[in-house]
Design a protein around this ligand. Structure first.
Ligand SMILES: [Zn+2]
Length: 276
């Protein structure tokens, strides 16, 4: 099996797995076209588990952070723990962090407070971030701008990228669900966008338009497994090997080959997460 896909956002650390089902998943990933995957933390325990996975599997990298759903339970000590975890080998990003106004599990003011605090940890450490933004597009853009996400100091931290929008701010909007117009604003500012399974859904014209309009250089591919399963497996649990279907859909929309999408998004992700 040719290893050609980079799954930039997955949850091998998902708490619903027992040892056996996780081992099964890992062997499926190892037998698939997936060359790399980033296991993304959503609270402290899952962040620690992601770091453990990154230390165990060559192809696995970790991101550490507290999700907006868990913002209310987050403590100031957790910020210190995240700073320590960021120093571990193969921890490539802070995330996933952000805002979720769709489910509103934590109060919005607390979500915002913990999001900004974690952004500041990323700015200080000079690491890329992975951002969750659900139904909070307006506040998200405002907070990113006012916190310095696209400041000169931040941009200077990262090597420039190819193409017209060469500024890299180390800001990744995961499972990008905004408009094409906002997507254009984001990449001009230096952000990167990650496309997930929903792009394969028949009526998702909005994300298809984003893929059509944004150059491939600024897109990554992800599964967000076990969530957001692409067609033709929608309704079943997602897994990293299904990143293939998202890549195939992007290829179809852009009128290029699946192999080109896989190769370019893999290169983009390696650059974004600074993996040699
Ligand atoms: Zn996620």
């Amino acid at each position: 099996m040719q290893k050609i896909l980079f799954d930039s956002h997955t949850h091998i650390n998902n708490e619903d797995f027992d040892d056996e089902s996780r081992a099964q998943l890992i062997s499926e990933i190892e037998d698939s076209a997936v060359a790399y995957a980033v296991d993304i933390g959503f609270d402290i325990a899952s962040s620690q588990l992601a770091v453990q996975h990154a230390q165990t599997y060559d192809w696995c990298y970790a991101a550490v952070g507290v999700h907006p759903h868990d913002a209310e339970d987050m403590t100031d000590d957790d910020l210190m723990t995240l700073k320590e975890l960021l120093k571990q080998p193969k921890v490539v990003a802070l995330g996933e962090i952000g805002l979720d106004y769709f489910r509103d599990i934590s109060p919005r003011d607390i979500q915002q407070k913990r999001f900004v605090q974690q952004l500041n940890v990323a700015y200080e450490a000079g690491v890329p971030v992975t951002i969750h933004d659900r139904d909070s597009h307006g506040d998200m853009m405002e907070i990113l701008k006012s916190s310095g996400a696209f400041s000169e100091a931040r941009i200077k931290t990262f090597a420039s990228r190819p193409g017209e929008f060469s500024k890299d701010a180390g800001i990744l909007l995961h499972c990008y669900s905004g408009s094409a117009e906002q997507a254009r604003q984001y990449i001009k500012l230096g952000a990167t966008l990650s496309i997930a399974g929903p792009v394969t859904y028949k009526n998702n014209h909005k994300t298809a338009a984003v893929v059509r309009e944004i150059p491939l250089e600024y897109l990554l591919i992800e599964t967000d497994a076990p969530y957001l399963t692409p067609e033709p497996y929608r309704g079943k649990p997602n897994k990293s090997p299904y990143a293939e279907y998202t890549a195939r859909k992007i290829a179809e929309i852009k009128g290029i080959s699946y192999e080109e999408v896989a190769a370019q998004t893999l290169a983009n992700a390696k650059r974004y997460f600074r993996i040699d």
